[in-house]
Design a binder for this molecule. Structure first.
Ligand SMILES: Cc1cc2nc3c(=O)[nH]c(=O)nc-3n(C[C@H](O)[C@H](O)[C@H](O)COP(=O)(O)OP(=O)(O)OC[C@H]3O[C@@H](n4cnc5c(N)ncnc54)[C@H](O)[C@@H]3O)c2cc1C
Length: 301
């Protein structure tokens, strides 16, 4: 490590890990190392990092790793993860819930039931963090983040905090216009009054639905491809005869054809190759080009 980088890293308050395997941080359980993995202690530490970092080294922000395929060569530069308590706070006031970006969606359940807050039940069954869910406009059961988001606090590449309103993100299906290199710190959600029993019932029903139809206990990153307008990606994948496809340790889930699974021995290369093979076969069979919903990042080995 260069001396100027080492000196800079020594001034940070949070944890710094070298050559951290990103396979430990992704749901697929694959992915090469991050040169430097940084877990900031708090907002001030993150701001200091952004202002003073060596500007020739890029940085990447990781959430729960549930929508990511990190290639086997890993990520050069810095990978940041917001996982200290400072980024996991929840505050409720007058119908609005403020959530730290590092808060895990599934943990919302307890708070929603205790405070009888409706409208966010759908988020409780989506793996990953609040931050990652904003970036991908995550959604299910006919709701998505953009339906409930009022505003978000983001930090820019100079370490300054800005507030973005819902409309600033120009949300669309699993997509939004993201200001380059910005890191989401917290969000403000609109909730509605409900009661504990109704919330509990809805969350349990949604969980049961997923258990039955999706391989949620496997090493996967959820839906691999976006649904083309008016169509289902899983149906197109089946139509193209890809439902039993396997490459190396990566295979198409028997439970849901739009989910790819690491059977235990897959590399990211296996998973990406399988995805690309599906795109080609679906295109040949139906004329439709599937678009990846999972995000593929990093370098090839
Ligand atoms: C079993 C399973 C089921 C799933 N079901 C659904 C579903 O029903 N609906 C759905 O929409 N998704 C689903 N997903 C995909 C995934 O859970 C969501 O996209 C989730 O919101 C990703 O959050 P994450 O924290 O894991 O983000 P990551 O996968 O870590 O990152 C996703 C993107 O967000 C960015 N990011 C993360 N945190 C921040 C931050 N603080 N600031 C700026 N950028 C950030 C990353 O750089 C990356 O570009 C599923 C995944 C699995 C494994």
């Amino acid at each position: 490590m260069r001396i100027d980088v080492e000196k800079f890293l020594a001034q940070l308050k949070g944890r710094v890990l070298y050559n951290e395997p990103l396979s430990k941080h992704t749901w697929f359980g694959t992915g090469g190392p991050a040169d430097v993995f940084f877990i900031p202690r708090d907002t001030q530490d993150l701001s200091f990092f952004l202002k003073n970092r060596p500007h020739d080294m890029p940085y990447y922000i990781l959430g729960g790793g549930s929508n990511l395929l990190v290639r086997d060569g890993g990520i050069r530069g810095f990978v940041i993860k917001l996982e200290t308590p400072s980024f996991k706070k929840l505050e409720y006031q007058d119908g609005f819930l403020k959530c730290g970006a590092g808060y895990l969606n599934v943990l919302l359940k307890k708070f929603l039931i205790e405070h009888e807050l409706g409208g966010l039940e759908f988020l409780c069954s989506i793996p990953g963090t609040i931050g990652g869910s904003i970036k991908s406009n995550a959604g299910c059961f006919s709701s998505c983040v953009s339906d409930v988001l009022i505003s978000a606090e983001l930090m820019d590449e100079h370490g300054c905090i800005k507030t973005f309103k819902n409309k600033d993100f120009e949300f669309s299906y699993r997509h939004c216009k993201w200001p380059k290199n910005h890191i989401i710190l917290s969000v403000l959600f609109q909730t509605r009054a409900s009661n504990a029993q109704t919330i509990q019932k809805l969350i349990d029903e949604q969980k049961a639905y997923r258990e039955q139809r999706q391989p949620i206990h496997e090493k996967t990153a959820g839906s691999t491809f976006k649904n083309p307008q008016g169509l289902n990606a899983w149906q197109l994948i089946k139509e193209a005869g890809c439902d039993n496809l396997q490459i190396g340790g990566a295979k198409v889930s028997e439970k849901h054809a739009n989910f790819l699974i690491n059977t235990g021995t897959a590399t990211s290369h296996d998973i990406e190759t399988l995805g690309l093979e599906i795109v080609e076969r679906v295109k040949d069979k139906t004329g439709i080009t599937l678009e990846f919903e999972i995000q593929i990042v990093g370098q090839k080995a």
